[in-house]
Design a protein around this ligand. Sequence first.
Ligand SMILES: [Zn+2]
Ligand SMILES: [Zn+2]
Length: 152
Amino acid sequence: MLKGRCLCGKVRYEIDGVLGPVVMCRCSICRRVTGSAFATNASVEAKAFRIVSGEKSIKSFESSKGQFRRFCRKCGSPLYGWSKSFPYVVRVRLGSLPDAGGARPVAHIWHGSKSEWFEITDKLNRYEQEPPTDLLMPGASAKSAKKKRKKK
Ligand SMILES: [Zn+2]
Ligand SMILES: [Zn+2]
């Protein structure tokens, strides 16, 4: 089990199992919201993620239509993201996890929007914009295929 928290310690969460692919997002929204060169996120199944304390201290900001960024209202720490389009997944901010269970980044996304002031020197995959859905939401295409099948 992985345990994360915000800076002030009001909000604590736990994750069962391991993190999905770790991705560094260089889009302008992530830069602004982190105050840094990129956000580092990993997908976790919503049912494997639970807030264990401080739920009332979580604020939510809709940064794009249907996309919510959740953070501690007391200390401002970014905690996770959630999207209406993929309700069964949360996007955990890796900085809130002291131990990420050995997970390592696999790619840079929105590389086309990167800051001028930070040069990428690693050999990870780079996506100019949004990467394939499975990189952000593992199993998403399988799930939507299943949904389509059910409708018939
Ligand atoms: Zn806090
Ligand atoms: Zn981003």
